[in-house]
Design a protein around this ligand. Sequence first.
Ligand code: S2G
Ligand code: ZN
Length: 457
Amino acid sequence: MTPDIIKLIDQEFGPAFSSRTPEDLKEYGKDWTKVHDPDPLIICFPQSTDEVSRLLKLCNQHGIAVVPSGGRTGLSGGAVAAKKEVVISFEKMRKIGAVDELAQTLWCEAGAVTEAVHLAAKTHGLTWPINFASSGSSTVGGNIATNAGGVKVIRYGLTRNWVLGLTVVLMNGEILKLNGSLEKNNTGVDFRQIFIGTEGVYGVVTEAILKLAPLPKESEVFLFALKDLAKVFELFKTVRRVNFTVNAYECLSDECLHVVLKHRKLASPFSDSHPYYVLVEAEKPVDENWLQGLFDSGLVEDAVQAQSPKEAQNLWAMREGIGESLAATGLMHKHDIALPIARLQEFIENWTRDLKTQYSGIMPYIFGHIGDGNLHVNLMKPASMDVPEFRRICTQVDQNLFAWIQKYEGSVSAEHGIGLLKKHLLCYTRTPEEIAIMMKMKTVFDPKGLLNPGKIF
Ligand code: S2G
Ligand code: ZN
């Protein structure tokens, strides 16, 4: 029987601290996935690291599971509370401190919205260079807990490259203040890396000192039309050699473009369809010879260059709108995989050939961050197929997909994490020894196994 933790929380923090309304239980117990129904016990809204510490200590004493919840934009069920857990929402911990222009850092609380951090830094000619479609609702705490990637990784790397200091609360209430705003600190284990990308299973991030980058110079945005997959990688090879700075190299198949244009009621920038498109964003000035060479060599079939910020936004919408447009168009079975870039083309050709021969009725939607080896592969349920049949086929397709990933030493989850949805896939990328160490670490940081239980392993 669950001890009356609800009464204890009310006594400790007062009635305004939490909510148990059906709407809140549903809203704060979920993320963007739709596989596990949210079923939390209570939603708590702490306003400080100290309140998070006292809440965790109370839950730890009474053996109550806790799920940290950020912007709820996760795609692997990492923030889903489906088993009467206490949810910690950071909605009341959104403070953003002043930018330190000398150090190029910014302090914020875990609930700060990613885009709000961008805006706070922008007035100083700086940015926190972690960007993706959900930046408007994701939180810095969630970005850190999932080591979020996004569309600028090719230039800036992942979230873990842009976090200097962390305040983390352990399940027993202990508060760890890690690294402050030190660029260098070689004094034993860098504990930050234990909490960045591990989805809150070892500790709860409550504050961060973010490292900022100079705002990129004014950029050009191109959308190139290519006649086949080989050209996507040939174009990338030329991009690797250019003498200007490339911010993004994003690929999408014609099927993806078609779905976005239809869903967002956008007109295609091209008169014809082409099998693949690549969006390139690069700082001005872009080498005109490179651009001309793409046509002279027949590498690209067609190209559009944004002539205004609005046009650039429209081209980006054709890439960043894919996830949401697919979800609005049909039932999707989603994968977010990474491969050694040198093997990516071979992998895509092999896997799509297998899919076509074994399940010709299932359409793959291929898009993503080719520049860092990360591919999003989504399968859409055919209208004529019922859901159980689709789920059955996806399970089989997954076996083939992950066999190829294992062969090419890839990752079953490039940026979306493992959460609840991909635990069964972990073994394709991590060895039993590694998983055993992850579990041993759990006994150090959360011996009762109460923090975000069931996630990752
Ligand atoms: C992307 C998010 C959307 C999706 O668009 O880069 O990480 O549906 C994805 O996978
Ligand atoms: Zn992505």
